[in-house]
Structures are given as C-alpha cells and as structure tokens.
Design a protein around this ligand. Structure first.
Ligand SMILES: *[C@@H]1O[C@H](CO)[C@@H](O)[C@H](O)[C@H]1NC(C)=O
Ligand SMILES: *[C@@H]1O[C@H](CO)[C@@H](O)[C@H](O)[C@H]1NC(C)=O
Ligand SMILES: *[C@@H]1O[C@H](CO)[C@@H](O)[C@H](O)[C@H]1NC(C)=O
Ligand SMILES: *[C@@H]1O[C@H](CO)[C@@H](O)[C@H](O)[C@H]1NC(C)=O
Ligand SMILES: *[C@@H]1O[C@H](CO)[C@@H](O)[C@H](O)[C@H]1NC(C)=O
Length: 444
C-alpha cells in the first residue's frame, strides 16, 4: 500500500521529474569529484612483494601486480612500476619483466648486474620473450584485464634477485611506489606487512610460504589523472523523431574557444580546418560517442540498440569495455553480439552492467575511416518489470555510461526525447528548484 502511495506524493512535490533527475545528476557529479566510485568501491591495483629465498647478499622476491578494478583495465603500452630502494640494493637479475635502465653498475667488477639504479622502473616483457627470461603467467606487454571481464589475465608477476645488502641486516621495504598505466592517475600507498603469501607448488600437491610479504594498493583518481572528457552519449527513440545529440563541446572545443566548431567535409567524418586532425570534427568533439536508441516496446520486453563510435583517425581500442547503469539491468537482459555481466553496486544504486566485445568478432573497436567512424553495436533485449517500466520522464535512458572506465558526458535531461503530448516546457517552479539546488551545491 505504502509503496503505491509514494510515487503520487513525489509527483505532487515535484511537478517535473526531469528536475529531480537534473538535481540528482548534479549531486552525483559532485560526488564523482572524490575518487570514490560507487560502481566499484573496492577497486584497486594491489602490488604484492614476496621474499621467498635468502641469498648471500640479499634475497629473491616475486612481485605480483593484481588488477582488482571491475572495469578499469591497463591498455597498451602497458604498466610501469617504480620504487626507491631504502638501502644499497641492486637488482642482480630479473625474469618476467625488465628494468628500463641499468644505471651505474661500475662498482661491481666481475659481474653484469641487471639494474643498479636507486629508483628502478620496471616494465613487462612482450609475449615473444625468450624462454629463459620468462616466469609463469608473464609477458603480456603490460596489459592487465579488468577483474569483471577476465580474472585470468588481470595480473602480472615477475621475479628478481636482489643483492647489495649487508648479510646481517634485515631487508627493508622499497619506498615511494609508483604505478603508471601508462599515464598518471594512480596513487600507491606504502608497502605494509601482510600475512605471508602461500604458493602452491608440485601441481598443487604442496604449499610453500613466503618469508616476508609486503603489499601496497594503488588507486585511481580521475582528479589526479586530469584527463579531458573522452566520450559522450546521444539518445533517440522509436516514439519521437527527435534525436538528442551529444551536448555541444562535450569533450571541449579548444580550437574554437568552446563555440560549436566549424567542421569541413561532407561525409560523417568531418575535419577541423588544418592538416593534423587526430580526432574527427563534430559538434561534441569527443573521440568516442555512445548512442542509445530505444527501439521497440512489447508486452514482456523492450529493446535498445547501443552503438559505440570511434572518431579517432589513428587509434583503435583493442580491449574496449562499456559500463551502463540503468534500473532495467536488475531484470534479465540479453545482449546480442556483446559479451556482458552484471556489476555488483552498493547502496540503493541502480543496477549496472559491463559489456565488452566477442573474441574474433568485435573485441577491437577500429579507428575511424575517411567516411565513417569505427563502430561496434549491440541489440539488447530487456525483460520488463511492469512495476517500474515506463517510457515517461526519461526512465528508458541510461543513468550513467562509462567507456573504458572514463565517464561519458550525458545530454541534459531537458533535451531528452519525450513521449508525444507531454508538456514540453518545465514550469518556473522547476527552474527555481534547479537554481536553488545549484546554489546550495556551489556553497557546499
Ligand atoms: C584492494 O582490493 C581487494 C579486492 O577488492 C580488497 O580485498 C582490498 O581490501 C583492497 N585494498 C585496499 C587497500 O583497498
Ligand atoms: C634475457 O634478459 C637479459 C637481461 O636480463 C638479456 O641480456 C638477454 O638477452 C635476454 N635473453 C634473451 C634470449 O632475450
Ligand atoms: C619518498 O618520497 C618522500 C616525499 O616525496 C620523500 O620525502 C622521501 O625522501 C622519499 N623516499 C625515498 C627513499 O626516496
Ligand atoms: C565472454 O567473456 C568470457 C570472460 O572473459 C570469456 O571466457 C568468453 O569466451 C567470452 N565469450 C565470447 C563468445 O567471446
Ligand atoms: C496529442 O496530440 C495530438 C496532436 O497534437 C492531439 O490531436 C491529441 O488530442 C493529443 N492527445 C492528448 C491525449 O492530449
């Protein structure tokens, strides 16, 4: 009974739900300024440093980089890991990765050491690395899959022989860990002592234990990364001929000072005047656009077609993923031609799902050609929950969309395609609420 009464009260309180959506969007974008991601609150990249053997002047250690992010992956050209040694350590040899610089090893007369730098930087080996330089599960060119997509390729590990230590002294934790993937954005905590890692050996019939285990978690913050927006969302429906394009200059229009740019060319792929365009010219100026089309509505289910377009002339995405938040993902959803899985969200958030390409079919989102953007598309069949399903008030559109873990700019709810015959202008009360909420946020 109460459940049914509630929506009516909401309707009385708020003359236009669009205003509510707008306020919620503003409040949520405020939250996003923190590095807390409600769709992936525990995500991090954990670096584990396991000492498993003592040597004359040091020890042997295995370093494992595990990506626990549900939908944030590490792409080509891959990760690089750096730290500062606390003492006079050197890396005598290494397998499964390499230090980018050897540094000054001149004080070691009779041996060739791998790296004598106080602040080594380590990168992964390529898949064609020689057998003697490999370790188990190594050599993926620094690529780490997202945890929700493929756990078996979501980590890297390498082994190193560390020397240069006083045999009597206890080993010290490496300091000031840095993780680049390959740009900045990650901040790593200090190494902390952990319960020793247990390795299974002899095909799982015996367990061995590390002598010492240190762990550090590196977390991503878009504030630290400070990337320009790279993706926007456009919308259309079967019941309204209006197409809501991406907002003008969603991804910034540097050349024209945030005015609609003047594009040249007559195909879908236009260019900015000038010779060196890496991204096609459009009103939104985004390298990637996600289009959501509400295609049909039946008694038990409804269909949406989603198209992802790449406007980059030179770069393709070889392991793209798309996260979409929409209440309908709580119901059974079938997506043709994309692989997908649900994403556990926290609190009373709407459901979210993650989509990625099928092997040998559309795992790559190609670069743009001369005439049209590179694209991948899917048709989703969503089962209806008659209690919540509606085509009114923009319910059928996604709440949030992320491409490769970067949030996509949504059009303003006022511009969403509407059902025919609903009032088209928000009332003054609605603007008042909007302006008030904006002021509150401003002085928050
Ligand atoms: C890192 O992620 C793992 C898996 O979600 C979690 O168990 C661990 O507590 C996280 N570490 C930190 C420091 O957040
Ligand atoms: C293995 O790595 C070492 C450096 O650590 C390098 O000198 C050597 O050439 C590599 N071996 C092969 C076969 O690539
Ligand atoms: C680690 O970084 C801090 C702050 O930048 C610095 O004070 C400290 O000396 C660094 N530690 C080492 C071992 O370089
Ligand atoms: C879907 O993704 C899973 C996990 O990455 C993978 O094992 C499976 O082969 C994929 N299916 C297709 C058809 O690519
Ligand atoms: C919807 O609009 C059409 C044309 O504008 C009009 O003929 C019709 O009566 C309207 N229906 C309602 C329920 O307002």
């Amino acid at each position: 009974m109460e459940e049914q009464a509630r929506p009516r009260i909401m309707e009385l309180l708020i003359p236009h739900k669009e205003a509510l959506v707008l306020i919620l969007l503003l409040v949520e974008s405020w939250n996003l300024a923190d590095c807390y991601d409600p769709l992936d609150p525990n995500g991090n990249i954990t670096v584990t440093f396991d000492i498993f053997q003592w040597t004359q002047e040091g020890y042997m250690a295995r370093v494992t980089i595990q990506n626990y992010y549900q939908y944030r992956h590490v792409e080509i050209p891959g990760w690089s890991l750096g730290w500062t040694w606390a003492e006079q350590e050197v890396i005598e040899s290494m397998a499964g990765a390499l230090a980018t610089q050897q540094g000054d090893c001149s004080r070691y007369k009779y041996r060739t050491l791998h790296c004598c730098k106080r602040d080594p930087v380590i990168i992964d080996l390529t898949p064609d690395a020689a057998p003697e330089n490999r370790t188990a599960n190594c050599c993926h060119s620094g690529i780490l899959s997202a945890w929700a997509i493929d756990q078996s390729t979501s980590f890297s590990s390498f082994i190193m022989v560390v020397g240069g230590l006083d045999p009597k002294a206890a080993p010290q934790k490496p300091q000031n860990l840095t993780f680049l993937a390959p740009g900045s954005g990650y901040t790593c905590g200090p190494f902390e002592v952990h319960t020793p890692t247990v390795f299974s050996v002899v095909e799982g019939r015996r367990e061995e234990q590390a002598f010492k285990t240190w762990k550090s978690a590196c977390t991503y913050s878009s504030f630290v990364a400070n990337n320009a927006p790279a993706c926007c969302v456009s919308l259309s429906t079967f019941y309204n001929p209006k197409i809501t394009p991406c907002s003008v200059c969603s991804c910034g229009c540097q050349a024209s000072g945030n005015e609609r740019p003047t594009c040249v060319g007559d195909s879908e792929m236009k260019r900015l005047p000038g010779d060196d365009n890496s991204v096609g010219c459009s009103d939104h100026m985004c390298p990637v656009r996600v289009h959501w089309h509400v295609k049909s509505n039946y008694i038990d289910y409804w269909k949406v077609k989603v198209t992802v377009s790449n406007y980059n002339f030179a770069s393709k995405f070889s392991n793209w993923n798309l996260v979409i938040q929409h209440p309908a993902f709580g119901q059974r959803t079938l997506s043709h031609s994309f692989n997908s899985t649900g994403l556990a969200t926290v609190g009373n958030m709407d459901e979210a799902a993650i989509f990625w390409g099928l092997e040998y079919y559309n795992k790559e989102l190609l670069q743009a050609g001369d005439k049209e953007p590179g694209s991948v598309m899917t048709e989703m069949v969503m089962h209806k929950d008659p209690e919540s399903f509606t085509l009114r008030n923009g319910w059928a559109f996604p709440r949030r969309v992320y491409f490769n873990a970067e949030i996509c700019e949504m059009p303003m709810p006022d511009d969403f395609p509407r059902l025919p015959n609903t009032s088209s202008r928000p009332s003054n009360a609605c603007y008042l609420i909007f302006i008030l909420s904006f002021l509150i946020l401003l002085f928050h």
